[in-house]
Write a protein that binds this ligand. Structure first.
Ligand code: DC
Length: 227
């Protein structure tokens, strides 16, 4: 299959580090395909809820994940996500959906069932893949791997500003604690733990602006002759 030959750039790291922004900018600049693997885990969680499948019914979860009817549609301002024909884009982004996704993400059988679907995004002219295990497990042969991180304090500050915009008032200290707890869970889980691939380039967005992170990433893209 020619699809397996398309180059891949992976962007992994903890949530809130700016992976989505960097991956989006790279996708636009290069005109490549985009895989938001976190969104896939979120869709699986929503589908399980819709079909009333609990996280301990692994055979049913696997059957559902394998047959998942999900479609990503590139619209003017956003990528719309459809589950069984219904637009679930807004639901996918909810905090509660993220929490549901984090319960099914540690299930190895679900990860395996999603593996092939993730690899099917690898199409010409290339793929930018955003997630936690893109460079380590799903695309270990990627041409270029980034691991984007930021301090828990900086991520908490960004989250605080986002929530404030939505009219919600949460303490930064509490948000920092929550982020640290989630990091520990993601990094210490037995299945596909969050770790940088040994050949990943580490970028820290606490000390660089979005533009600087993107410029730095592009310098590697050019050096590897991917642009
Ligand atoms: O990045 P996100 O918040 O959309 O991810 C949702 C959940 O899926 C989160 O618990 C981490 C998990 N995830 C994962 O285990 N592996 C990935 N490649 C992407 C996300």
């Amino acid at each position: 299959m020619t699809t397996t030959k398309a180059p891949v750039i992976t962007v992994d790291g903890p949530s809130g580090a700016g992976k989505g922004t960097l991956a989006g900018l790279l996708t636009q600049k290069l005109g490549w395909q985009f895989l938001d693997s976190g969104a896939l885990y979120r869709v699986v969680a929503l589908a399980a809820k819709k079909h009333q499948i609990t996280s301990d019914d692994i055979p049913a979860l696997v059957r559902m994940t394998t047959a998942l009817d999900v479609r990503f549609e590139h619209q003017a301002e956003r990528v719309a996500i459809f589950l069984e024909g219904d637009d679930i884009t807004d639901q996918v982004r909810l905090e509660t959906t993220g929490n549901l996704a984090s319960k099914i993400a540690p299930i190895q059988e679900v990860r395996t069932a999603l593996g092939q679907r993730q690899q099917s995004f690898r199409q010409a002219p290339g793929l930018v893949a955003d997630g936690r295990d893109m460079g380590t497990i799903v695309f270990p042969d990627a041409e270029l791997k980034f691991y984007l991180t930021a301090s828990a304090e900086e991520r908490a500050k960004r989250r605080f500003l986002q929530l404030k915009e939505q009219g919600l008032n949460v303490s930064i200290a509490r948000l920092t604690e929550e982020i640290q707890e989630r990091d520990a869970r993601d990094m210490e889980r037995k299945v596909a733990p969050l770790v940088p691939a040994s050949d990943a380039i580490l970028l820290d967005s606490s000390v660089m602006s979005v533009e600087a992170v993107f410029e730095k990433a592009m310098s590697y893209v050019k050096a590897r002759e991917l642009a």
